[in-house]
Design a protein around this ligand. Structure first.
Ligand code: DHB
Ligand code: MG
Length: 215
């Protein structure tokens, strides 16, 4: 086997240890049906999101990029009673599908969707005095460093910041790739590793996941 196929087989083995998840399967089917991009977070990372929200105390979570609600359900599952999720989504159509899917999964009442430019909403959330225990960044890759700055600003002490797709399907480690999004992703990854305000780790499975605690 090539290294690549060993990695894929290990990811598949890990996934097959767990039972099929009907709510999440339904989200994937709804995304497929609508012809939306099939780029929900990897199942293993979805489970990790639930666990991380639970470990942070599960009061206030923020996601940037809702798509069809897959990560939203994973985040909502980790919330304590009374906990809330704010979800920022550029496209109204995606936010509507995500809301329908969270409602079907029993979480419709605890999630608040805000549609439009995430940077505008982040600034509004700061004005409103909102603060969060966990941030999940999974939107336009060129803004990851900006989203990270906002997360640090809106963090409760010890909050976690999680970022999806840190490898950008191999672009991140390919020096020929010099575009804005990948350059900004490299900057984000370096901050996860070295920013003195953070204590970070980089998980190299699937398409890469960054996790950092705001000191
Ligand atoms: C892709 C995957 C993602 O999870 C994402 O957030 C954006 C793009 C992709 O594979 O292209
Ligand atoms: Mg993603």
């Amino acid at each position: 086997m090539t290294d690549d196929s060993i990695i894929k087989s290990q990811e598949q083995y890990a996934e097959e240890l767990f039972e099929q998840d009907e709510a999440l399967e339904q989200v994937l089917a709804s995304i497929r049906e609508k012809g939306m991009p099939e780029i929900s977070i990897a199942a293993g990372y979805g489970r990790l999101l639930t666990l991380l929200v639970r470990l942070t105390g599960g009061q206030d979570a923020l996601e940037i990029g809702a798509l069809g609600g897959y990560s939203g359900i994973c985040l909502a599952r980790g919330l304590q009673p009374g906990g809330r999720l704010v979800s920022l989504e550029l496209k109204r159509e995606y936010a509507e599908l995500a809301h329908a899917n969270l409602t079907q999964a029993g979480f419709g009442e605890l999630v608040e969707y805000r549609v439009g430019e995430a940077l505008d909403h982040l600034s509004a959330l700061e004005q409103e005095g909102r603060r969060f225990d966990l941030f999940f960044i999974d939107a336009d890759k060129g803004n990851y460093p900006n989203y990270l700055e906002w997360a640090i600003k809106l963090a409760k002490p010890g909050a976690l910041v999680v970022g999806d797709n840190t490898f950008m399907r191999g672009k991140t480690i390919n020096p020929e790739q010099k575009g804005n999004a990948v350059t900004r992703m490299r900057q984000f990854n370096e901050q996860i590793a070295r920013d003195p305000r953070l204590e970070g780790v980089m998980l190299p499975a699937y398409d890469g996941l960054a996790i950092a605690r705001v000191k």
